[in-house]
Design a protein around this ligand. Structure first.
Ligand code: CAA
Length: 261
């Protein structure tokens, strides 16, 4: 599939999606969202792609947010709501992809860009990255899931402060508040992110998928229901060939060879 505003390629079992609108600091316009959605479908259908890594092109930005000219051109509240729903639906596809998704945050991750990172499973940032939600300065609020995913990740009070002030935080602060999981030197970001992706690509794919579902769906439920869900997903894992292989490999003191079945 040929893309205009993103690139998608594979390195071994790792698919790498790069948002590629450097002149607009990789801002998310309509076409970019369409292409991200198509790419997620492509990666989901590719049995050889075990992990997805997302990043931004150039050294300056991961993604600097929603495309501001498109926001200025909105003609009605309905247009605004539709734009918001579309972004939410695309980031839901990212969150629900049945493979781990790692965000390699190589620069500005603002507004919609930070919301993209929030929909990923793991966030690694370059030490030069800056993150934040400047929507308030545009007379707006985040519309791609940010008001909901941010407090779930960093807590209500820290989230409100970020949303109300619109202030950017540096990578070290993002790590301290739990907005990112790891900070690395800018020059080694992709290497570190690929190393983690390689490690995950060797884990049992079915168990990874079930672990992701257990966390994502369980968090939206009360503990009793979430544990019933966990037991069901655990049962599915027990029915897999990978469970036989993983437990046998341990007892036979050898490396497991998982098949995703
Ligand atoms: N949309 C479209 N274009 C953007 C953009 C965006 N979000 N962010 C930056 N650009 C463009 C600039 O207009 C500029 O284009 P020109 O060269 O044609 O003028 C180019 O990218 C480079 O940007 P700057 O000259 O501004 O670069 P800088 O280094 O001085 O500043 C920055 C960098 C601090 C990231 C600044 O560009 C900025 O503040 N960008 C906007 C960030 C923002 O407000 N994001 C939130 C958008 S709203 C949103 O995301 C809503 C939602 O959830 C639905």
């Amino acid at each position: 599939m040929a893309y205009t505003n993103i690139t998608l390629h594979k390195e071994g079992a790792v698919a790498i999606l790069t948002v590629n609108r450097p002149k607009a600091l990789n801002a998310l316009d309509d076409l970019t969202f369409d292409e991200i959605a198509t790419a997620i479908g492509e990666v989901g259908a590719d049995n050889e792609a075990r992990v997805l890594l997302v990043t931004g092109s150039g050294e300056k930005a991961f993604v600097a947010g929603a495309d501001i000219p498109s926001l200025r051109a909105l003609e009605s509240a309905f247009d605004g709501a539709a734009l918001s729903r579309k972004g939410q639906e695309v980031f839901d596809l990212v969150e629900r992809l049945e493979k781990p998704v790692i965000a390699a945050i190589n620069g500005f991750a603002l507004g919609g860009g930070c919301e993209f990172a929030l929909a990923c499973d793991i966030r690694i940032a370059a030490d030069t990255a800056k993150l934040g939600f400047p929507e308030i300065n545009l007379g707006l609020i985040p519309g791609y899931g940010g008001t909901q995913r941010l407090p779930r990740l960093v807590g209500v009070s820290v989230a409100k402060r970020l949303l109300f002030t619109g202030d950017m935080v540096d990578a070290a602060t993002a790590l301290k508040i739990g907005l990112v999981d790891e900070v690395v030197g800018a020059g080694e970001l992709m290497e570190k992110a690929k190393n983690l992706a390689d490690i995950l690509s060797q884990k049992a794919p079915l168990a990874l998928r079930l672990a992701k579902r257990a966390v994502n769906e369980g968090l939206e439920s009360d503990l009793d229901r979430a544990q019933i869900l966990e037991a069901s997903l655990f049962g599915i894992a027990c029915g897999s060939e990978d469970r036989v292989e993983g437990t046998s490999a341990f007892l036979e003191k050898r490396k497991p060879s998982f098949k995703g079945r």
